[in-house]
Design a protein around this ligand. Structure first.
Ligand SMILES: [Zn+2]
Length: 249
């Protein structure tokens, strides 16, 4: 995940490493059949990655291919010292204990819903990740719902493991995630801009509507496996209590 600042790409290497390791460990759990008590569905992988990222130091670099690669190798060696694997297992255990009750938690490698046929050409919309904080005290929000909308309507999710509206759960520090259903395309390699909005309407707060666009190139495969490297990260969002602005005058 990258942020563009005056033509330089700022990159958090820890994020890359954590996302890669969570995927690797979950894939290993799925193939070995060990640790059946842990859930490795896409949603739990993301919850676990957020848990780990909230407990590790970010490591920022301005990426420029050669340098980034060298730095990445150094970081990987250094992080091997701290036990990322242990932390990831701890995260998966905690996530499993707080399991979201309304979902199937199917393994991501099990077959997706029937509309995701292999031979269709589609726009695979990436997993959308963001965070919401209370704009007054900067605390992460919990116990509220966030919606992903397109043209005023709730966006359909890829399968039953993804919720819309999304209910914030403990331990993910105000992080929300959505994985929209793929959209039909005529040919592969077509570009399209998808306009979405994140909407939060909750008692006691001003309604939040954050509009954004995602550029997607169509592909001849709809049945893409869940991968945390295919994500679209939003800027941090802030929710303000009703009347907060008036009080400031
Ligand atoms: Zn799960």
């Amino acid at each position: 995940m990258e942020t563009v600042l005056k033509n330089h790409k700022i990159h958090n290497l820890t994020e890359d490493l954590v996302l890669k390791e969570v995927d690797a460990i979950c894939d290993e759990i799925e193939t070995s059949g060990q640790k059946p008590e842990l859930c490795t569905c896409g949603q739990c992988r993301l919850d676990a990655a957020c848990y780990v990222l909230n407990r590790t130091q970010p490591s920022y670099v301005v990426s420029n291919r050669g340098v980034a690669r060298l730095e990445r190798e150094t970081l990987e060696r250094r992080q091997k010292g701290i036990d990322l694997t242990v932390l990831i297992y701890k995260a998966l255990e905690d996530v499993a204990h707080n399991r979201r009750p309304n979902f199937d938690h199917q393994s991501h490698s099990s077959k997706e819903a029937e509309y995701v046929a292999r031979d269709r050409t589609v726009f695979n919309i990436p997993v959308i990740i963001g965070r919401v904080f209370n704009g007054v005290n900067f605390e992460p929000l919990s116990g509220i719902d966030v919606e992903l909308v397109q043209g005023g309507e709730l966006v359909a999710m890829r399968d039953a493991n993804w919720q819309n509206p999304y209910r914030f759960v403990k331990d993910t520090e105000g992080t929300f995630t959505f994985w929209p259903r793929p959209a039909e395309a005529k040919t592969a390699g077509e570009q399209s801009v998808f306009e979405f909005a994140v909407r939060i309407k909750t008692e006691g707060f001003e309604t939040l509507n954050h509009f954004f666009e995602v550029l997607v190139v169509s592909e001849g495969v709809a049945d893409v496996p869940f991968s945390m490297s295919r994500t679209f990260k939003l800027q941090d969002l802030y929710l303000f209590p009703e009347g907060a602005e008036e009080d400031a005058d």
